[in-house]
Design a protein around this ligand. Structure first.
Ligand SMILES: O=c1ccn([C@@H]2O[C@H](COP(=O)(O)OP(=O)(O)O[C@H]3O[C@H](CO)[C@@H](O)[C@H](O)[C@H]3O)[C@@H](O)[C@H]2O)c(=O)[nH]1
Ligand SMILES: [Mn+2]
Length: 728
């Protein structure tokens, strides 16, 4: 150990504390047990209580009840799995003042990695705001470095970054002097929409001018000549034949904190566009992260790394200090590999039409995971230890020395981001972020935990980072398709939490991972339920016990208890009733479209029929669509197989329910209701929840309605399904 390390003297004052809510947990466990008893009764009913046989169709009825049994076993077991994330939740609280007292400004180096991939989908101005927000973190600038990885290889993004480097000289000192929050200029401006202090006016004027220049350049697709002259050495790295999929490494250190003169004003700022060649796989974001890990090791070599998506700006300048309270804690902190903050968004409406907020996930489930060994790494808003993400096992000695031995020549550093550098190395396997999975971050975090590490979840009131969530139905479903597919692939991969995690992480955490890994296959039972219930309703086949039978009680209890509980939890997390209702709709749509496609895609990949792709999520909404989103009108608009499926299921249910109600009204004794009351209930609820879909298919005229072709096909398919089933 060198002299350098004297400041890391052991301190016994804890830098954070962990709290539990014993009373709530016990109450929850009692409730949970009561639900489980009823699930068990339902299974018992399906297996042992003979179905009422209508002579003519014994075989069919037996088969149907077998299929229902399968679905209910899946639901029940999945429910047991989800209990892991509510069984033992913890909350972490940090003592940032103690950190300041102990370390002063002598904090370890922190490198921030920001990924961007496409100047159209991810506008340079948005990226630059993220960069500026972290450049102004409450952290000593000589210890902070910001790396922007541009997989789009775009001159426009580079140009925007040069502008940001200039503006940062005003912005960063301004933020620190006046304690500005949030520190993304755009977010600051919209927060201060009514009235600025005089001190801010000058700065804001500079920002607006810069924003105009960047936006002009973006709309015209042309970098201003002045900028080209000023940053000649940067722009000269673009050749006339450079395309996003074919170019050499472009590396430019825009602000170099290693040089004396810039010290203590703004952090180091680096632009990187790693080499890309058509014959080499670039491994999407994971590849970008690994290139940054290597490049930064030769420039600033921060001991800690913060990873952000290009749309996730820092909303709370204290987040780095909060994270360090955990990572630098002498006792418990030592075993924690990464600190994950929640993924929160600032572009959503109150009732969160597409359930993008993942409220319960972020305010309940992640605390539950933390109690079981630590949250997943979700790819953004996460602080890592450099050497752990690079492969260090728990128990091995950490390399704390942060001295860069010598300043390497740019050409030598650039070689680290070449296409061939990783050949015959462990990069992407045992080192760095793992390759080959659409949710590379989750599998990387899991592997870290399997090497003996824990992770921690920090969710301060003042949200640390805010990003952009998709605000239209199709994009939401596409994103969820990627996630569900990726998580299911993990389950089947060699790193499966079930067999790989066995004995390495706690049972609770294995189950915690399974909650997500089983998203894709849970599409199957939901599909069964939502197809069979309405079809059997018109054919007059009862699937559930009679309304008068006491076997109805477990079915009723499970349904009511689960929904009342989920509503209460949702409201407790700050949601609205409409928000909850929207989320229930999305619960259904996710399962019957995204997850189902994710499931099918994974199977196809296993059979070698297709390959993984990463569909980048759009960060700007088209104007008319954005208006509709504000009014919380559901957006369809595109022809998509996922919509065709949703449309068909919706129509099928509508027809069946309508037909059954007609029959009920014309019959004299209401016998159908006696035997099929629960089915009426389910089908009725489906009609109500699908209402926005019916509006989009049948009544709306705007551009966001369901395309006519999808509507027609859906109706034809639904009618054919009804007819076929009727003749069965
Ligand atoms: O080839 C690529 C593709 C994507 N990205 C970047 O990866 C980030 C995430 O991509 P995005 O399209 O925004 O995906 P989301 O669905 O919003 O991302 C969520 O899900 C991903 C896993 O699917 C995680 O990696 C992300 O951190 C998480 O925010 C963005 O900054 C992109 O610029 C790259 O750098 N290179
Ligand atoms: Mn994103």
């Amino acid at each position: 150990m060198g002299k350098q390390d004297d400041r890391f003297i052991p301190v016994h004052e804890p830098l954070f504390e962990t709290k539990r809510r014993i009373g709530t947990v016990i109450a929850y466990r009692v409730f949970s047990a009561s639900v489980f008893v009823c699930i068990f009764l339902i299974w018992f009913y399906r297996v042992f209580v003979p179905v009422e046989i209508d002579e003519s169709r014994t075989g069919l009825v037996r088969l149907l009840s077998l299929v229902m049994l399968f679905a209910e076993i899946y639901f029940g077991l999945y429910w047991v799995v989800t209990q892991s994330s509510r069984w033992n939740p913890v909350w972490r609280f940090t003592f940032a003042d103690r950190l300041s007292r102990i370390y002063g400004n002598d904090l370890p180096r922190l490198d921030v990695f920001i990924c961007t991939a496409d100047p159209v989908i991810e506008p340079p101005l948005l990226v630059v705001n993220t960069v500026l927000s972290v450049a102004a973190l409450d952290y000593p600038p000589e210890k902070l470095a910001v790396y922007l990885s541009d997989d789009g290889g775009s001159e426009l993004t580079f140009y925007a970054l040069t502008e940001a480097a200039e503006f940062a000289k005003t912005w960063v000192p301004f933020c620190k002097k006046f304690n500005v929050e949030p520190r993304s200029p755009a977010a600051y401006l919209s927060a201060k929409a009514n009235g600025l202090d005089s001190s801010a006016e000058e700065v804001v004027k500079l920002y607006r001018e810069m924003a105009t220049r960047i936006e002009m350049a973006t709309t015209h697709g042309r970098v201003p000549e002045e900028a080209r002259l000023k940053h000649g050495d940067g722009f000269s790295q673009w050749d006339f034949d450079t395309t996003r999929r074919n170019h050499g490494t472009i590396l430019q250190i825009l602000v170099d904190g290693r040089e004396e003169k810039t010290r203590e004003t703004i952090p180091t700022l680096v632009y990187l566009s790693r080499e890309k060649r058509p014959q080499h796989h670039h491994h999407f974001k994971a590849g970008a992260m690994n290139a940054m890990l290597r490049i930064s090791s030769k420039i600033t070599c921060g001991r800690f790394i913060l990873n952000l998506d290009c749309d996730m700006y820092s909303n709370n300048s204290k987040s780095a200090r909060d994270a360090l309270c955990i990572l630098l804690d002498e006792k418990e902190g030592k075993e924690i590999a990464f600190v994950q903050f929640p993924q929160c968004f600032d572009n959503l409406t109150r009732n969160d039409l597409y359930g993008s907020m993942m409220r319960v996930g972020m305010d309940v489930e992640f605390n539950g995971l933390d109690g079981n060994g630590g949250p997943l790494y979700i790819g953004t808003g996460c602080f890592h230890r450099r050497d752990v993400i690079c492969g260090r096992k728990y128990g091995e000695e950490e390399e704390k020395s942060e001295k860069i031995q010598e300043i390497s020549k740019p050409e030598m550093i650039k070689a680290l981001a070449s296409c061939t550098y990783e050949e015959n190395t462990q990069w992407g396997k045992e080192m760095g972020v793992k390759y080959g999975c659409p949710v590379e971050d989750v599998i990387t975090g899991l592997a870290i935990q399997c090497r003996g590490w824990k992770s921690a979840y920090l969710n301060p009131k003042n949200k640390a980072f805010l990003g952009v969530a998709p605000t239209n139905l199709h994009q939401t479903l596409v994103q969820l398709r990627r996630w569900s597919e990726g998580d299911f692939q993990i389950l089947l991969s060699e790193y499966s939490p079930i067999w790989y995690g066995q004995g390495k992480i706690s049972l609770g955490l294995i189950l915690g991972y399974c909650v997500y890994c089983l998203w894709a296959p849970s599409s199957v039972p939901v599909l069964i339920y939502s197809v069979l219930t309405p079809l059997c309703l018109i054919k007059g086949i009862p699937l559930f016990p009679k309304v008068s039978s006491s076997w109805c009680i477990p079915f009723g209890y499970v349904t009511v208890a689960a929904n009342v509980y989920s509503l209460a939890e949702f409201l407790w997390c700050g949601g609205t009733f409409r928000g909850w209702w929207n989320e229930q709709r999305m619960w259904l749509y996710r399962r019957t479209s995204s997850y189902l496609f994710g499931f099918i895609d994974t199977i196809r990949k296993l059979l070698g029929v297709s390959e993984s792709a990463f569909v980048i999520t759009a960060k700007v909404a088209e104007e008319e669509g954005a208006e509709r989103y504000k009014e919380e009108v559901m957006e369809f608009g595109v022809e998509s197989p996922m919509f065709l499926l949703l449309g068909t299921l919706g129509m099928l249910n509508l027809f069946c329910f309508a037909a059954a109600v007609m029959r009920l009204l014309t019959s004299r004794d209401g016998g159908d209701f006696q035997t099929m009351g629960l089915q009426f209930g389910i089908a009725g609820a489906l009609v109500v929840i699908n209402w926005p879909l019916y509006e989009g298919m049948l009544f709306r005229k705007d551009k966001g309605k369901m395309p006519m072709s999808v509507t027609v096909k859906s109706i034809v398919l639904a009618l054919s399904a009804c007819t076929c089933f009727a003749f069965l």
